[in-house]
Ligand binder design. Structure first.
Ligand SMILES: Cc1cc2nc3c(=O)[nH]c(=O)nc-3n(C[C@H](O)[C@H](O)[C@H](O)COP(=O)(O)OP(=O)(O)OC[C@H]3O[C@@H](n4cnc5c(N)ncnc54)[C@H](O)[C@@H]3O)c2cc1C
Length: 333
């Protein structure tokens, strides 16, 4: 497998800027490149990405491939897959890294299938084994109750998605030099089976869930949309944001865009406060990577307490107001 060389990051660009998860991938990618002594490449797809390409060099890329323009203006999964596969075949990297984002989740398995290789999704750690020089991929399984370590000897390239916030974003070094290589798309609309009918942009108020350091999440125990005001207040005091479990979405109390879990967002904040949440495996799948979990639940037998670092047994309506006041006082807000 010696013909496979280097790391390829599939970066994400929003409004001409490299996203935070891409900066985190740069940190990981640079470390893997240095350990393997192989080059780090980044593929950026989109429109008006010249500045983003320069930024990628400053963040650690040796080479940046840019696919600029239509049809890549919209993040259509088939366009993106085709482009990544095209560049992947040209440069034959040993590792292809994507973020475990909406885009990464959609595209990584397609890329792996088209390249005839395997994919390891939602990794929280990746490292090079010093002896074998193989990629060691660690990911939570069984809703975060166990960690699986996966090493593949038989398939190249290794396609991996990395969960947001498991590493620090790379810091720019403006003295770094790298090569920027525009790549022709080689893809036109006639090759694409799916049609993008409409893009609906939802306005995100405050911090994105994947980037939040503090998340206050409410579940079925909140009992209605009005209860979320208390959670908003706590999140605001702590400089965080609010998430939800499946039940408030199903009940129509909160938008589905805030759902955390297996079918929602994968988050890994420093502090995750789970309020009125039972701790179902499908929910834990999205938050078990949090550094510290605090649970507030009136049922002492609730499963969430098995996962929590700290717990409060009680009604959230009684527990939250004094907690908010205490946090306000401690943070002098
Ligand atoms: C294929 C599949 C995918 C799924 N994906 C997801 C997903 O991505 N995310 C997700 O969240 N779920 C998901 N689910 C649903 C999941 O299985 C659970 O049903 C859901 O997570 C339960 O949400 P909950 O714990 O908030 O609500 P409930 O199960 O209703 O639990 C409410 C909790 O609140 C406590 N409580 C009640 N009143 C109060 C009070 N006043 N104060 C304090 N505590 C109180 C109760 O003791 C209870 O523990 C999925 C299910 C399936 C089958």
């Amino acid at each position: 497998m010696a013909e496979y060389q280097g790391i390829l990051i599939c970066g994400e660009v929003v409004d001409g800027r490299i996203t935070t998860i891409t900066k985190e991938l740069m940190t990981t990618g640079r470390r893997l490149s240095d350990d393997l002594n192989q080059p780090l490449s980044v593929l950026l797809i989109g429109r008006d990405i010249d500045e983003a390409a320069k930024e990628a060099v400053f963040l650690g890329a040796d080479k940046v491939y840019t696919a600029d323009g239509t049809p890549f203006a919209e993040s259509h999964p088939e366009h993106y897959t085709a482009m990544i596969v095209d560049v992947g075949k040209r440069i034959a990297p040993s590792i292809i890294l994507l973020g475990q984002t909406d885009m990464g989740r959609d595209i990584a398995p397609r890329v792996a299938a088209k390249l005839g290789t395997t994919v390891c999704m939602d990794c929280v750690e990746v490292a090079i084994d010093q002896e074998t020089r193989l990629l060691v991929q660690t990911k939570p399984v069984y809703g975060g109750n166990a960690m699986a370590v996966w090493v593949s000897e038989d398939y190249q390239p290794q396609v991996v998605t990395l969960r947001p916030r498991v590493g620090e974003p790379a810091e720019p070094d403006t003295s770094r030099k790298g090569e920027i290589v525009p790549v022709s798309t080689g893809v036109d609309d006639s090759m694409i089976k799916g049609k993008l009918v409409e893009t609906v942009k939802e306005e995100i108020k405050g911090i994105r869930l994947e980037e939040a350091k503090v998340i206050v999440t409410g579940g079925g125990g909140i009992g209605g949309s009005e209860g979320f005001q208390l959670l908003q207040e706590l999140a605001q005091v702590l400089g965080g944001t609010v998430g939800v479990s499946r039940v408030p979405c199903d009940e129509g109390w909160m938008p589905i865009s805030l759902e955390i879990g297996q079918t929602g967002h994968m988050v890994s904040p420093d502090l995750y406060i789970a309020v009125g949440i039972s701790g179902a495996l499908q929910h834990l799948a999205g938050c078990s990577g949090s550094k510290c979990i605090v649970a507030i639940n009136k049922d002492p037998e609730a499963h969430i307490f098995k996962e929590a670092d700290f717990g409060v047994v009680g009604d959230y309506r009684k527990a939250l107001p004094p907690l908010i006041e205490k946090c306000r006082a401690l943070l002098a807000i």
